[in-house]
Ligand binder design. Structure first.
Ligand SMILES: Cc1cc2nc3c(=O)[nH]c(=O)nc-3n(C[C@H](O)[C@H](O)[C@H](O)COP(=O)(O)OP(=O)(O)OC[C@H]3O[C@@H](n4cnc5c(N)ncnc54)[C@H](O)[C@@H]3O)c2cc1C
Length: 402
């Protein structure tokens, strides 16, 4: 077993580390406190990430991307999230969809959609599944035709007509290219009747809605958007009818490991800040890092972060090799990393004492940010249940082939 990174992986990690240090960290607290979601969108950082190849690092090489593997995206995701979780999520949504560019789009779709995405330095992608009545229920854990998933796509000649509303979507209402889940057969379960359409934001009938105001990942948007008799060519359907049930088992191999890596970055940021604070803050006649109670909290954080990272790396390694164990392990890595990040942010707060809630320090932001991944990418409860089912080879998870 070899834990060393290749030169290429080190290059990407260092590039992302520099991006976080030099570009994100100096201005992130000011931006985090801007009052509206629209003002907070970091268009300049997205353009800079484009210049440095980060935005398109998952795009196939023949279209001008770097075609990085999932493992490398995990390295970069962690580093960016040490700077800011929201910005890491904006990028990660692009990488997740770039996996679909390479693996799920047919050649004609690739020609129509990828060059446009690559050429626009502000273009991001999003996947719209969640609706008001279907949150956990679209995760496949409760796979029944009667779930309250309203978005439909009805065939009309060589088009589909989409109607419905999505909410909470990362990069929602700011992205240029959407992957949208709609029911093409309402008599079937979502697994069998949920199809995926590629919808550029300038398609008539697509209407960007609003950005949810929120306490976490404040530089990223979570958008609500609408489809009002939105006519999409049948040729925009990804793979075929009922893809949702096969999406996770056949195409999105690394999405959970990547999400976990970004969550981990927040925990690391909290740890690094608490460590540097503890070296400077003197109480009891010496720097508090020398006080056993504080040292034990730092040791606990280091232990949990390292364990979570190893689990993510294993999940990513398996995902890059399309090994079935990548599915339950990815789910477990996301649960573990998000809980680790939340615990590290809490312990950082203990170490800062009263300073933890003061705006002069970033720890209150880390706590807010770390809370988001307890629920996004599937709630931790549902992720654990899905992983357990997959391990046992039972139920909806077995059907989904997680
Ligand atoms: C930061 C963020 C980013 C997101 N990004 C996207 C995105 O890009 N695209 C997208 O489509 N969606 C996105 N979402 C939505 C996300 O997928 C849902 O929020 C998530 O799946 C949970 O759904 P919910 O919020 O409706 O919670 P609910 O489903 O209402 O869950 C509430 C509680 O009930 C529990 N619960 C629900 N069902 C069951 C069950 N069957 N068994 C046991 N317990 C259950 C849950 O574990 C939880 O504790 C995002 C959400 C957030 C917060």
């Amino acid at each position: 077993m070899d834990f060393s990174l290749t030169q290429e992986q080190q290059r990407w990690r260092n590039l992302a580390r520099d991006f976080a240090e030099k570009i994100i960290k100096p201005d992130v607290m000011r931006r985090d406190r801007l009052p509206t979601a629209a003002e907070r969108i970091p268009w300049d950082w997205i353009r800079e990430a484009d210049k440095q190849g980060i935005r398109t690092m998952g795009v196939p090489k023949k279209f001008g991307g770097a075609e990085c593997d999932i493992f490398t995206m995990c390295l970069v995701g962690e580093e960016l999230a040490v700077g800011d979780l929201g910005f890491a999520v904006i990028m990660d949504q692009c990488w997740k969809m770039a996996n679909l560019f390479g693996e799920a789009m047919n050649a004609e779709q690739q020609q129509r959609f990828i060059p446009k995405f690559v050429a626009d330095p502000e273009a991001t992608t999003a996947i719209g599944i969640t609706e008001a009545g279907a949150g956990s229920d679209h995760q496949g854990f409760y796979d029944s035709p009667d779930i309250d998933f309203k978005t439909t796509a009805v065939r009309d000649g060589d088009h589909y007509v989409i109607n419905g509303t999505k909410r909470y979507v990362s990069n929602g209402s700011m992205a240029k290219l959407y992957f949208v889940v709609a029911r093409t057969d309402t008599r079937k379960t979502l697994r069998e009747g949920g199809s995926i359409f590629i919808v550029p934001s300038d398609t008539p009938g697509f209407r960007a809605g609003f950005f949810h105001e929120k306490s976490s990942q404040r530089l990223a948007t979570n958008g609500t958007f609408h489809f009002e008799n939105c006519r999409v060519p049948a040729a925009n359907m990804l793979v075929g009818e009922g893809l949702l049930g096969r999406l996770r088992s056949e195409f999105m191999w690394g999405s959970k490991a990547e999400a976990a890596a970004t969550a981990l970055g927040v925990g690391r940021a909290a740890y690094e800040y608490a460590l540097s604070y503890a070296k400077k803050r003197v109480q009891g006649g010496k720097p508090i890092v020398e006080q056993q109670a504080v040292a034990m909290m730092l040791g606990t954080m280091a232990m949990k972060l390292d364990a979570a990272r190893l689990q993510i790396w294993k999940a990513a390694w398996l995902a890059d090799r399309k090994q079935p164990e990548a599915r339950p392990l990815g789910l477990l890595a996301k649960v573990n990393a998000s809980e680790t990040a939340f615990e590290c942010a809490r312990l950082a707060g203990e170490i800062l004492g009263g300073a933890s809630i003061m705006h002069e320090h970033p720890v209150e932001k880390y706590l807010r940010d770390a809370s988001s991944f307890l629920h996004s990418d599937g709630t931790n409860q549902v992720c654990l249940l899905r992983a357990s089912q997959a391990i046992a080879g039972q139920g909806a998870a077995a059907l989904y082939g997680f």
